[in-house]
Design a protein around this ligand. Structure first.
Ligand code: SAM
Length: 307
């Protein structure tokens, strides 16, 4: 089949559809990427007319094609222990406090890694919990992503050497077994995690009970979303967190200028958000852009991967 013809109108319609269905914000600057994705998908469906592709996507059966297209237009870059300062805060402040509370109350620590890509983030969380003595059943990490391929890869837990950059030798020895030139996470690391497909832009979150979560990591995900989608998502996150529960965003993301019920606090030199305890005075997110949220020094030798 010859190169498919892709017209501007189809790209605009597609950008509108991706915004509506997945909350993805694709500006004309991103049309090149969209065009490349179409060039991959149209021949796979035997379609040469971009308008026909858009029509196909709009049909009921288009849901399946949407799932095939989305991984091509969202970037799943991730690392183990990504953002060393944030993980420092998790290790020294958040995880010890959550485990202590869980041991006092007998209630498991509930964490959501929302937009987990290929799993490096939830596996890093699990390793931190195990290092602090978490027992099976004591920590529940729900790891979700829109991209089914990423979720499948994450659930396999087998990582090539080039993706192991953020993992120290000690952690590699303790939590991985060498396999086929790569490294497989050990069953105890996996046992704390549940992997699932989930669209953060969907209007309802069945399966997320109000006030049920202690910690949500949604890092480097909302950069793809338009403002109304971010607003709705933050409202849902706030409702899902128990009072005192914490939300961590990516280093380039903030709730600056967004009406939000979250209060901001400093966590080991980075900013984090919290659902305030009832009665506590609310400290609003900064009225000016947070300077300390500037890019932290990346871990030496970290490797990056695309889902
Ligand atoms: C850059 S990765 C971030 C991975 C990890 N949180 C981290 O910070 O390393 C962004 C992930 O968000 C996912 N994503 C994008 N839109 C989404 C949506 N509407 N619902 C759920 N996940 C989404 C992408 O599939 C991708 O895997």
């Amino acid at each position: 089949m010859s190169e498919p013809e892709i017209d501007r109108l189809a790209l605009e319609q597609l950008a509108g559809l991706l915004l509506e269905r997945a909350g993805l914000k694709i500006t004309p600057d991103g049309y090149y990427g969209l065009r490349m994705a179409l060039k991959a998908r149209m021949p796979a469906l035997g379609i040469s007319d971009s308008q026909e592709y858009v029509r196909r996507l709009k049909q009921l059966a288009g849901e399946q094609e949407l799932r095939a297209l989305l991984p091509l237009v969202t970037v799943g870059k991730t690392d183990f222990f990504r953002d060393t300062r944030q993980f420092g805060g998790l290790e020294s402040v958040l995880m010890p406090a959550l485990l202590k509370e869980s041991r006092q109350t007998g209630r498991p620590v509930r964490i959501w890694s929302a937009g987990c890509a290929t799993g490096e983030e939830p596996y890093s969380l699990s390793m931190v919990a195990l290092e602090q003595g978490a027992q099976p059943g004591e920590v529940d990490i729900w790891a979700t992503d829109l991209n089914p391929l990423a979720v499948e890869t994450a659930a396999q837990g087998l990582f090539p050497l080039r993706r192991m950059g953020g993992v120290s030798e000690a952690r590699q020895d303790r939590f991985f077994t060498p396999e086929d030139g790569g490294f497989r996470v050990r069953p105890d690391v996996k046992a704390l995690i549940r992997f699932e497909g989930h669209n953060l832009a969907s209007p309802v979150f069945p399966g997320v009970a109000p006030e049920s979560l202690d910690l949500i990591l949604c890092r480097n995900v909302i950069i793809y979303f338009d403002q109304p989608t971010i607003q709705r998502l933050m409202d849902r996150f706030w409702e899902a967190l128990r009072p005192g529960g914490v939300l961590l965003l990516g280093y380039s993301e903030s709730l600056f200028r967004l009406p939000t019920r979250f209060e901001m606090f400093e966590l080991e030199g980075t900013f984090a958000y919290r659902r305030a305890l009832p009665g506590a005075p609310l400290r609003r997110p900064h009225s000016k852009a947070p300077a300390a949220q500037a890019r932290p020094t990346p871990a030496v030798g970290t490797m990056t991967a695309r889902a």
